[in-house]
Design a protein around this ligand. Sequence first.
Ligand code: GLN
Length: 448
Amino acid sequence: VEHYLGNIHQYAHLNAFNEVFEEEALQNAVLVDEKLKQGTAGRLAGMVIAIKDNICYQGHEVTASSKILEGFKSIYSSTVVERLLNEDAIIIGRCNCDEFAMGASNESSYFGLVKNHADNNCVPGGSSGGSAVAVQADMCHAAIGTDTGGSIRQPAAFCGLVGLKPTYGRVSRYGLIAYGSSFDQAGPLTRSVEDAALLLEIMAGADEYDSTTSQLPVDAYGAELKKSSGKKKIAYLREALTSDGVDEEVKKVLNDAIDKLRADGHEVEPVEFDYLEYIVPTYYILTMAEASSNLARFDGVHYGYRSKGATDLMSTYKLSRTEGFGKEVKRRIMLGTFVLSAGYYDAYYAKAQKVRRLIKERTDSILKEFDFILIPTAPEPAFEIGHISDDPLKSYMADIFTVQASLAGVPAISLPAGNNLRGLPLGLQLLTSHFNEQELLNFSKYFV
Ligand code: GLN
């Protein structure tokens, strides 16, 4: 804990943490040490973990990096935190992120942007940018993020880490601040596949507080982790190698991986994905709709910030929300409300639901024929601060490779794939079929 606290102070300019639980982490380290001596310590004893600031931890502030929640304390812990603590993890602090997890660059936080440790002029990715940088700069051993459309995987790629989005329903959403409830999943950002497997094993599984969790038993992802044997069938997206929108070095990393897989006897084939141009619009229509509903609860009455100018119920709602939410969050609430409104519902929301079904079915059919889909995590390496922050459409297009797994609900992992010539990390992504996390982790060992 002292080691990580030292780095947290040294790298404070990266702005990875919204709060560090300094005293508490030191005290917990002493308690865990006692348990270790008595032989009663859990499987995460001594593992120092940071959590994204949209994950509730009883008695601690949780803000989703929004002014509207400033000062709000969780009255209960999320199931994810509960399970980590039961195994004696030490939670060292809560990490900066895009406001309400909406973003791909961690520039929309009320508490300021986060910088990439590999190059301080570049973003760390988002929305779990603080969680990624906390691991990248050795400010904790591992971090927990949330992923709605790439928020674990894309920052992992930009920071040279392993980032895993589990199957929808594998990990409980109880106690996560909801963004897009039919997409949100918590997962680990780590330096190794081993740590990702162990953390998933501990966090995953049925939970009576989240009816969307699966009853399927949880594999011993960590204990059973072994490099896959046998020849695999792998699909890659042809466009990933041909599209002008994909950076040349990103293409090269994918190409090299394909060559190596073939040389090792695996079958690798390009596939067409007819719905490619629809995946980003579909994702944004649906998540904005869900967000507009989920964020209705922040009304200036129940949680956090209330405007000083409030004089009656209407002005409490209006002013608290006007002053409490940032620009991107407001944009999404407005668009989400629009697509759900009478007269437009069928044209946008209902249609997007149908397209989601088509994307899911096509993804499932590829994953019936192939063991994995291999694609880049992001079309580009970490971009410069300010590059997309004024242009929401640019930001949304950064998600082109991550939202497919989110729309389909399948698990996906981003793996470090070396650095580009400027020294910025690149990532490759593997997708597989629902609840096939063990094989996904095992095959990840081939790459790292
Ligand atoms: N960039 C995507 C968005 O802004 C993904 C965010 C996330 O996964 N939380 O919605």
